[in-house]
Design a protein around this ligand. Structure first.
Ligand SMILES: [Zn+2]
Length: 221
């Protein structure tokens, strides 16, 4: 469901529904600033998932981190790709996921959510997710070779005629989580488009700008 993400101090957006968990710290950065983070990955648009505990920053290649370590801030970087933060309300496990079109096609989000449950003894029904700023359908046209890979997630498409499409990666990721068993009312989408907003970094709008936004999450208790 669409949620109001409040722009807080230092340009960091927070999802108000996630802020209600008092054992949790989270934030989505913008052009104006990023939340602090301890461990990130060297991102490669894969579906590789790492347990963050014991990793140095940028030690490994992959696109999702999971953790149950208190105080360890895990994060990913984006500038159009979809940043998703996950939590388990029972086990207090958390995850940070980077899902561009390749990662979304490879289902990195439901794979990370499954790992979060399997490794820490959780259930998809207790997971909550926040989808941060990313490039949206309004600004994201892809060619038929990319669109074809999303037919499984958009059964309403006329598959006899897959041409260029305006792709909604946030919806694809949301549907993947719901299929796994995460309740739709636990999934909160900022609705913010990186390419539409001058306050956000967009690779498509500014391919030469190396700026990236950090999305980070940590359990505090
Ligand atoms: Zn847009």
């Amino acid at each position: 469901m669409t949620s109001q993400f409040e722009p807080g101090a230092h340009g960091v957006y927070r999802c108000s529904e996630l802020s209600q968990f008092d054992w949790l710290e989270h934030g989505f950065g913008s052009r104006l600033g990023n939340p602090p983070v301890d461990v990130t990955l060297r991102q490669i648009h894969s579906n590789h998932i790492w347990t963050a505990d014991g990793l140095a920053d940028r030690q490994e290649e992959g696109d999702a981190l999971i953790s149950r370590q208190i105080g360890l801030r895990i994060g990913i970087r984006t500038a159009d790709c979809v940043p998703i933060l996950l939590l388990d309300s029972k086990t207090h496990a958390v995850a940070a996921v980077h899902a561009g079109w390749r990662g979304t096609a490879a289902q990195i989000l439901p794979l990370a959510a499954s790992r979060l449950c399997a490794d820490f003894g959780g259930e998809p029904t207790n997971l909550y997710a926040a989808i941060g700023p990313c490039i949206r359908q309004c600004c994201y046209q892809v060619g038929p070779e990319v669109a074809r890979q999303f037919v499984p997630f958009f059964p309403e498409w006329n598959t006899a005629d897959i041409g260029a499409r305006h792709l909604d990666l946030a919806v694809a990721n949301t549907r993947q989580l719901i299929k796994l068993g995460v309740p739709a009312e636990h999934i909160f989408d900022s609705g913010l488009c990186t390419a539409c907003s001058a306050d956000l970094f967009s690779y498509r709008r500014e391919p030469d700008n190396p700026g990236r936004m950090v999305a980070a999450i940590a359990r505090l208790a």
